[in-house]
Design a binder for this molecule. Structure first.
Ligand code: SIN
Length: 533
């Protein structure tokens, strides 16, 4: 018997776990050893926090064409249509598979799935478990992972860099270096296949719905190994994160709340989205986030209001129990009180360039989920398409047998092999992280312009210098590794934004040099499409 295929999956969210489970259950499953590395516990992942659900065509009145068309419209035509088509068509199979695995999704009295409506969708098609869909899917996948002996979960391991074997056209991924957080020691982990499923980049912004682990490490590792990325300019801002006056991770108010009837209000009480878009409060996220940004600027405030009254207290408590509870903790009484909301960095639409089976530009390396850019989301992501995409591509990736890496040839040196971290982070690192987040929020956020993007690059260069200074003296710490990844990601986002000459999707250039015809014909097309419904 051949030695087992040695697979390292980085990230224990829905994408990483789905891949591990599928590979373990495949024809080669008996002869694989899968290590699932994660720097944070599974309940601290973006997947676990996902409220909305899984967009899928589950109703006879809906259609694949409709779901595809909505995805392309929100994506500003920058999506890969074939990838979108494949993912959308797999939706019902995926949902049924999750149900067969034990996932419980909300249903009406006759047992039909309850489908919620979210922004950009022309039909209600979001399958969900209350407002805790991610937690429910994670529960099911986690149970399956535990039951499969070929999968080992290594929690508290932070991947640092990819190991690359060979040169030029013969390069392939041969493993990675990783920090064992408990002991503070570095390790070289060789592998036949590495799968990056490290999630998003929200932590490079001041306000984000992402957990603290979302520092873009998988993408930064790919950058350092010269693996191609795509669509990095497109950072989606969710319009309705709860405003509390603090920075860092912000609690999300699901778009399904607006799908149930909640309305955004300006500070003078007027409906915010009236007259701005034919889909009103459920316009694509980039449109709503920009309208909120404008109102915040006009009024000189840091939030707008969400009025829950149209949903009604009983329905709100029944359908959104987690949000209802959080409001209570913050001393807010939904329906009686308006909820203060603001846009927050939510999802990276691009990432490490892959095909529809997660294959990257580096043999031996796959990328899945939010850190991957399969082209399915284009310039903005249709609501609740992310869990769908992550799981469908993970299944497709696991369906092709990975090839063994050649075992000869030098491997790029692991620069840290003989080092341990010094433990505490340093004030200069904390300051550089704060400045970086501030610059990204002010200049590479909902609204951008060229001067601002250039200014952000200067702040990024300063943070890179802080990293370099401590690096050469080997003053290694968790904070330094995080800053190193965050600067790499901030740079590629900002440079990608500078390279986009026109506003599209989440990338809005206030100083765009575009003909007025270009702008109006695009918005007229979108408006006309929804006016028809
Ligand atoms: C939401 O529930 O509003 C978020 C869902 C998503 O990001 O797709």
């Amino acid at each position: 018997m051949k030695r087992p295929l040695n697979v390292l999956v980085v990230g224990s969210g829905i994408a990483g776990m789905s891949y591990a489970i599928e590979l373990a259950g495949s024809a080669i499953g008996r002869n694989v050893r899968i290590r699932l590395l994660s720097k944070a516990p599974v309940h601290a992942s973006s997947s676990y926090a996902a409220q909305g659900g899984v967009a899928a065509v589950m109703d006879a009145r809906d259609s694949f064409d409709g779901h595809v068309e909505d995805t392309l419209m929100v994506g500003g035509g920058r999506n890969e249509p074939k990838v979108v088509d494949r993912i959308v068509r797999e939706g019902p199979h995926l949902v049924n598979k999750l149900i067969a695995m034990g996932a419980s999704f909300d249903a009406d009295v006759s047992g039909r799935l309850h489908l919620s409506l979210e922004g950009g969708h022309s039909a209600a098609r979001v399958v969900h478990h209350e407002d805790r869909t991610g937690a429910e899917i994670v529960r099911v996948l986690r149970g399956r992972v535990r039951a499969l002996p070929m999968i080992e979960v290594w929690e508290g391991w932070q991947a640092l860099d990819l190991l690359v074997q060979g040169e030029h056209g013969q390069r392939r991924c041969a493993g990675l270096s990783a920090l064992e957080q408990r002991t503070g020691t570095m390790h070289t982990l060789q592998a036949d296949l590495v799968v990056l499923a490290t999630g998003g980049v929200g932590q490079v912004y001041q306000h984000t719905t992402n957990p603290t682990a979302s520092t873009g490490d998988g993408i930064a590792m790919a950058v350092r190994a010269g693996v191609p990325l795509r669509d990095m300019a497109f950072v989606q801002f969710h319009p309705t994160a709860m405003y509390t006056g603090t920075s860092g991770q912000a609690f999300l108010i699901s778009e399904a709340v607006r799908g149930a009837g909640a309305r955004l209000l300006c500070h003078d009480g007027k409906p915010l989205m009236d007259g701005l878009h034919a889909m009103g409060d459920l316009a694509p996220r980039n449109v709503v986030a920009r309208a909120i940004h404008r109102e915040m600027e006009r009024s000189g405030t840091e939030h707008v209001w969400l009025d829950i009254a149209p949903v009604g207290a009983a329905r709100f408590a029944r359908e959104f129990p987690a949000i209802d509870r959080r409001c209570g903790e913050l001393g807010l009484r939904p329906v009686r009180d308006l909820l203060p909301v603001m846009p927050a960095a939510h999802y990276l639409c691009g990432g490490i360039a892959t095909d529809d089976r997660g294959r990257t530009g580096l043999p031996g390396l796959l990328a899945l989920g939010e850190c991957a850019g399969s082209g399915s989301h284009g310039a903005d992501r249709l609501a609740s398409n992310s869990l769908l995409e992550a799981m469908v591509i993970a299944m497709r990736a696991a369906a092709i047998a990975p090839t063994y890496a050649p075992s000869d040839g030098p491997i790029t040196a692991n620069a840290f092999a003989e080092f341990s971290i010094t433990g505490r982070t340093h004030a200069s690192i904390d300051r550089a992280i704060r400045d970086l987040r501030h610059a990204m929020t002010c200049h590479v956020g909902v609204v951008r312009d060229r001067d601002g993007l250039a200014c952000a690059l200067r702040t990024i260069a300063h943070a890179e210098l802080v990293v370099a200074r401590r690096w050469v003296r080997r003053r290694l710490s968790d904070g330094l590794f995080n800053l190193r990844d965050m600067t790499a990601v901030a740079r590629v986002i900002t440079e990608a934004a500078l390279a986009e000459p026109r506003s599209v999707g989440t990338h809005f250039l206030a100083d765009e040099v575009a003909s007025p015809e270009h702008r109006s014909s695009r918005s007229t097309k979108i408006q006309a499409r929804f006016a028809r419904r």
